[in-house]
Design a protein. Structure first.
Length: 151
């Protein structure tokens, strides 16, 4: 017997409290109908790995890079981007690093990766600035990190 298309308040309260398959069986509806209704109501799957967003997390979107936000709140970068776009929050605009004479003195004296960590910049930003100044890259000592006798 086909089920009526309207959902009762009690049926809707059950969405996401058990698997779509179990709820479909219990309500006499198709799994597809249950999944679609749950999706329409923006409810996560039962025992879904997705965590709901807290108000504090949403408020902080756009205050730092998506990658940094994802790392800090243990979320995927993709989920951060999707939520930020859903909320119409623009990308964070970091101010460009102002290189000082002290920063420039580090170039070529240490590997770019170390300087990047030290200054909070990307490896690429450090490498490009060093190249613009015509400073050769500091190479790691040959065989660094390997034990003697192994090559």
């Amino acid at each position: 017997m086909p089920h009526a298309t309207s959902w009762t308040a009690v049926e809707e309260q059950l969405l996401g409290t058990m698997s779509d398959q179990d709820l479909a069986q219990r309500l006499g509806r198709s799994v597809r109908a249950v999944a679609l209704r749950r999706f329409q109501r923006h409810l996560p799957k039962f025992q879904s790995r997705r965590r709901p967003w807290t108000a504090a997390e949403v408020e902080l979107l756009g205050t730092m890079s998506d990658r940094k936000f994802a790392r800090k709140f243990k979320r995927s970068v993709r989920s951060v981007i999707v939520k930020r776009c859903e909320k119409g929050i623009p990308l964070v605009h970091r101010q460009m690093h102002r290189w000082t004479a002290a920063d420039d003195q580090l170039l070529g004296a240490r590997p770019d990766s170390q300087i990047a960590l030290l200054l909070g910049l990307s490896h690429l930003a450090v490498s490009r600035h060093r190249q613009r100044l015509g400073i050769p890259a500091r190479r790691r000592a040959r065989g660094a990190g390997t034990s003697p006798g192994r090559r």
